[in-house]
Design a protein around this ligand. Sequence first.
Ligand code: HEM
Length: 521
Amino acid sequence: HQVNAIASRNALLAPYLKDASADTILLMCASLVIVSIVFLYTLKNVLYARPHSNEPPIVPYWVPFVGSAVTMGIDPIKFYRENQKKYGDYYTFILLGRRMVTCLGTEGNNFVFNAKIADVNAEDAYRSLTVPVFGRGVVYDVENAILMEQKKFVKSGLSVENLRAYVPMIEMETKNYIARWNMKSAVENIYHVTSQLIIMTASRCLLGEEVRSKLDESFAQIFHDLDGGFQPINFLFENLPIPSNKLRDQAHVKMHNFFLEIMKARRESNIKDRHDIMQYLTTECKYKDGRKLSDEESANIMIAMLMAGQHTSSTTSAWALFFLAENPELFEQLRQEQIKVLGSLDAPLTFDAIKKLTLHDNVVRETLRLRSPLLCIMRKVVRDLPIPNTNYVIPKGSYIQGVPTISSRSDEYFEQAEKFNPHRWEIFDKQNNKEHDDDFVDYGFGALNMSKARSPFLPFGAGRHRCIGEPFAYLQIKTILATIVRTFKFELPDNKLPECDFTTMVVRPKDPFIRYVRVDY
Ligand code: HEM
């Protein structure tokens, strides 16, 4: 009787019980979500507690360690710009366990590039990526004072006399290469083309004819494998046991030994009349303490030079051709400039003529303004670092990041900043030259104007780590462009510029296809 009574009560309550259990489940789920959020939030705060209450604001994130890696990786320009709007020129974000303090605007550029070595260093930021590729005893494997001396050696090796000798070499290499474009018009992977042109011309000019002559055979594979070591992941982890790192290590040994053999052969044959960097490094260079630069160091410096210029100059040349294709009227303007300076489009290019080709110069500059190959510059903070004119203090162990691309693509500094307009440079310098004559400093590789680091346009950096390859890069890219536009113009196959590929070490064009069209005179 009792059982029956319970059964009939349950039957009466059944619809309500059913509803109640659905509500309960909902309630439980909601509580679980809330508890998880609170848990993750607490975990995050425990793991990434702000060492300083006045650290720059932190971009919110949910997954500890990963931080903002995904949003930042998908479209870094959007990420930097959006957070600049929210937090101003200084903010922190978490990138795979690292605290990255982004420093924007001209003051942010100056803060990063002119930071003192007592406060920050580049070695700790770049070592894991570069030392296995470049090798021991050079660049970020040595203390800063030695790097400054090594930069001086290379800078002196890139003398006007040597640069003068390079122009005919670059012109000849480029002419030989484009001779294979024998159709009236065809589509080419232009990043592939410019990469080949840059490695051929750089190896010919900087490393010498022995290296250039091996480029079609063994050297190309060694270069390819060594280059494969430049994976962004290697920024974060040292010596990951991945196949590309194994190939990188083997390739480093092969390239290093290859250069040593050439040096030895040159000595034995008493060859002294070359204009390449190898000649200069192996005969002229002594450190301040009187020690001669060793062949091992020379070999690794040459590897570093080759690698420093390869992707930066290849991508700049490729983007320049894309921008020209987008603005076809510029082809005729460039050709007219050559006729004005050289008399005709058949005259051989010379160092003096290349210097006078200012529109060619401005095409390269404007390309670098919109597509600076190196998106960000990093330093590791080695002691708590206050940011001038703010209340912020950057905790020791963080990384600071300069992103001059954001200022160089900002309407705050450049009218219609996203538009490709090389002519803007004809007046920009006159209006914006705010250098102070007394603001010079020499870190060891030549006097630099400190106030330049406050510029919104810094594709070659500033301060003690400033690029010393700029004159060579301009000469190389301008000579390649000048040679190509004599015979060809370009069109965008889809009538739009390619998107940026941010997944590689330099900002490259995605699907870099372009149509060349032979010009008949
Ligand atoms: C440094 C850009 C070509 C050799 C730099 C830096 C930038 C840069 C932004 C500063 C890095 C930092 O502050 O952390 C470029 C661009 C190039 C180019 C955009 C081409 C378009 C070259 C070439 C060479 C070269 C052709 C060699 C012949 C160097 C060296 C440093 C440097 C030795 C100094 C590194 C240091 O002191 O830490 N480059 N570079 N670069 N670059 Fe270049």
